[in-house]
Design a protein around this ligand. Structure first.
Ligand SMILES: [Ca+2]
Ligand SMILES: [Ca+2]
Ligand SMILES: [Ca+2]
Ligand SMILES: [Ca+2]
Length: 421
């Protein structure tokens, strides 16, 4: 193998015994680079995802040249950095142009750094963790490397995500910035700590803990300080949800011998049984205007969605069939409720008016479609579906059921889509 070093001429000789042969080799000047092309020509990232850029150098005839050292630069390193090998790392939301230069010529890629729009849980790394993605499914990024995450909750300003992770023996509540930075444990004691629920002003987190021997609702400051028990009775209390004005917390309690939906002031005072019937009532969900609470009840022998006034009056059954209706989600304008129904033989995403009228199957698919979540603008619904094979993946559709699109494609289950507020 002959490698040219500098222009000039040499004779290369091969000898075997007494015989030899020669070849005259002329090394010419390097063929000048005539064009520099960077691929991909544009890329959208969410922090902390990265993209590897590639550069192609061609001569005046368009012939691909053997790679030569290239200088990489970013015109806005507060948005995106690039290393000596073309690996781009996003720094902050914004735009930047990344350029590769060789022999005075350059090629460029437009880099857009987006805030993540959806968070979800995925097992694709072998241990379920928090992931984020763009709304089009690009730039999937892992935020956590903790052991087994099983819940996540965006802060109301969309800058942080609280999550529950298994540490040694116990589940604990953690918080991370939405770019994966500044992860911190908020609870740290020899008990289970679950179900983080941000107050609407983002100042507090209500949660569940069995640190006192049975499950009680607690609240703490968003930095984990001032952990305070709000309920205090020997039965399980769980599933705290803040009223939209932050004045009250609805929750579920077993203190009366069956599951009932309770309400209390945010300081734990005036705990009131709202449902008060012999069947089990679960999963309270405040209407966006705070006037009503929808919930799931087993009082009729199977899961039905009910709604009541926030004081417990006027309990009204919205679904009425012999199979399960659950996983309800209010539309942001309060006009509709999405939910899961198995009335067609498998899990389907339905939507109905908030008074129960016009119940409509949006998914109509032989596989389970679960966990509907409205986008903040009310135009889209994200959900889980196993329609494409062995794993649940995150899908998104228009609120009328059209344009159902798979966003994720992990080699394991992707679950629990949650839009950034
Ligand atoms: Ca209790
Ligand atoms: Ca009940
Ligand atoms: Ca039912
Ligand atoms: Ca289905």
């Amino acid at each position: 193998m002959v490698t040219g070093v500098t222009p000039g001429g040499v004779t290369v000789t091969a000898t075997s015994g007494a015989a030899s042969g020669t070849a005259a080799v002329t090394v010419g000047p390097a063929v000048p680079v005539a064009s520099v092309t960077v691929t991909p020509g544009s890329a959208t990232l969410v922090i902390p995802g990265t993209v590897q850029l590639a550069v192609a150098l061609r001569d005046a005839n368009g012939k691909l040249l053997y790679p030569r050292p290239t200088t990489w630069t970013s015109d806005n390193t507060t948005v995106a950095r690039v290393d000596a090998n073309g690996l781009v790392t996003p720094v902050a939301v914004g735009s930047a142009t990344v350029t590769a230069t060789r022999e005075g010529l350059s090629g460029a890629t437009a880099i857009t750094v987006d805030a993540p729009v959806l968070a979800f849980l995925s097992e694709r790394d072998g241990s379920q963790g928090v992931y984020v993605t763009n709304a089009d499914g690009s730039a999937v990024a892992s935020l956590t490397s903790n052991t087994w995450v099983n819940e996540l909750a965006w802060s109301p300003n969309g800058q942080k995500i609280a999550f529950v992770s298994y540490l040694n023996v116990y589940y604990e509540i953690y918080v991370t910035n939405a770019d994966g930075s500044a992860q911190a444990i908020l609870t740290n004691n020899a008990a289970y700590n679950l179900q983080p629920a941000w107050s609407p002003d983002g100042q507090k987190i209500a949660f569940l803990s069995d640190r006192d021997g049975n499950y009680e609702i607690y609240a703490m400051n968003a930095d984990g300080s001032a952990q305070t028990r709000l309920t205090n009775n020997p039965a399980d209390d769980y599933a705290p949800v803040w009223s939209p004005d932050g004045q009250k917390i609805a929750f579920v309690s077993l203190r009366d011998g069956n599951y009932e939906i309770y309400e209390m002031n945010a300081d734990g005072s005036t705990q009131t049984n709202l449902t008060n019937n012999a069947g089990n009532d679960y999963v309270p969900a405040w209407s966006p205007d705070g006037q009503k609470i929808a919930f799931v009840s087993l009082r009729d022998g199977n899961y039905e969605i009910y709604v009541m006034n926030a004081d417990g009056s006027a309990q009204t059954r919205l679904t009425n069939n012999a199979v399960d209706d659950y996983a309800l989600a209010w539309s942001p304008d309060g006009q509709k409720i999405a939910f899961v129904s198995t009335r067609d033989g498998n899990g389907e995403i339905y939507v109905m008016n908030a008074d129960g009228s016009a119940q409509t199957n949006l998914t109509s698919n032989a596989a389970d479609d679960l966990a509907p979540a409205w986008s903040p603008d009310g135009l889209k619904i994200a959900f889980e579906s196993i329609r494409d094979g062995n794993y649940y993946r995150i899908y998104v559709m228009n609120a009328d059921g059209s344009a159902q699109t798979r966003l994720t494609n992990g080699a394991a289950s992707d679950l629990l889509p949650r839009w950034r507020p």
